[in-house]
Design a protein around this ligand. Structure first.
Ligand SMILES: Nc1ncnc2c1ncn2[C@@H]1O[C@H](COP(=O)(O)OP(=O)(O)O)[C@@H](O)[C@H]1O
Ligand SMILES: [Mg+2]
Length: 273
């Protein structure tokens, strides 16, 4: 049985999110869009969720308007198809401020403990360097992350969906030591936009388990295997965006390595937290 980031089974979480009554409690202070924290109740089950109504989207020059929430849901479907379950259950539905994405809330620790900015002499053993920068007093500092299989899986997912916003704050870790990725609203562009704090993996061979996962995704997206992914993406993304997703999967299989920054503009999300 798949498990969601709460005590609920994934199927129950999806029912709750799809059919529950949503009561908005507040707005996430750090969010750039109307990202609403809400309670959701249905048939005696209750939970918390993040509701992003289309009406609250801040328009972006490089993404078609009104599509960010659908990209959140599309990322969830890729995560399910990968079998890695990296994205909390996310659905598209009507809500108190109109249609939008609704994602199960992850009870996250204040710091994921997997990504940090440290002095060069203080890099934890085995951690991977991303970027050298200057601290407030001009001293050298390094952006680093753990060489952790859960981050590696997230980096593969990001390469598949072309995530333009993998900040440290979008990597959530629970007290049960599960790692979840959130905020996939700026993904699936037809243009390369991968922007991430996980470049420490860049150029390294993909983990062995990724090959099977990517092959399965490729077969599904090519229509050679029947699954829920292709029909879901067809509902949520444009045909060129779906084709590009399949191409990115095939490019990863061909190279066998994590992508490297490709000179397509800023490659580190700003701020990185
Ligand atoms: N499903 C979730 N569970 C727990 N916290 C979340 C979830 N989704 C988002 N958050 C928190 O809310 C913050 C803002 O949400 P985010 O999706 O990044 O919104 P925006 O698209 O406006 O940047 C995130 O940085 C994260 O701390
Ligand atoms: Mg965000």
């Amino acid at each position: 049985m798949r498990s969601a980031p709460s005590a609920l089974a994934e199927s129950d979480a999806l029912e709750l999110l799809t059919h529950g009554s949503i009561e908005v409690q507040g707005r996430m202070a750090t969010a750039s869009n109307a990202t609403l924290y809400a309670r959701v109740d249905w048939q005696g089950i209750s939970g918390e969720c993040i509701y992003k109504p289309v009406a609250g989207e801040r328009p972006l020059w490089d993404f078609p308007p009104g599509t960010l929430g659908k990209r959140e849901v599309a990322a969830y479907h890729v995560s399910v198809a990968s079998g890695w379950d990296l994205v909390p259950p996310t659905v598209w539905r009507a809500g108190p401020f109109g249609p939008g994405s609704v994602q199960l809330w992850v009870p996250a620790l204040p710091d994921n403990g997997l990504i940090d900015v440290v002095a060069p002499a203080e890099v934890p053993p085995g951690w991977l360097g991303v970027l050298q920068a200057e601290g407030r007093r001009g001293e050298p500092v390094l952006l680093v992350h753990a060489d952790d299989v859960r981050l590696a899986r997230l980096a593969v997912l990001d390469a598949v969906i072309d995530n333009a916003d993998r900040k440290a704050g979008h990597v959530l870790r629970t007290a049960q030591d599960r790692v979840w990725g959130v905020d996939h609203g700026v993904s699936f562009n037809v243009e390369p936009k991968l922007r991430t704090v996980l470049w420490g993996f860049g150029g390294a061979p993909l983990p062995a388990e990724a090959t099977g996962v990517l092959r399965a995704l490729s077969r599904e997206l090519a229509g050679e295997a029947q699954g829920a992914l292709a029909p879901a993406l067809a509902q949520l993304l444009s045909p060129p965006e779906v084709s590009r997703t399949r191409e990115r999967v095939d490019e990863l299989l061909t190279s066998g390595a994590f992508p490297l920054p490709a000179g397509h503009g800023p490659v580190i999300p700003w701020p990185p937290w």
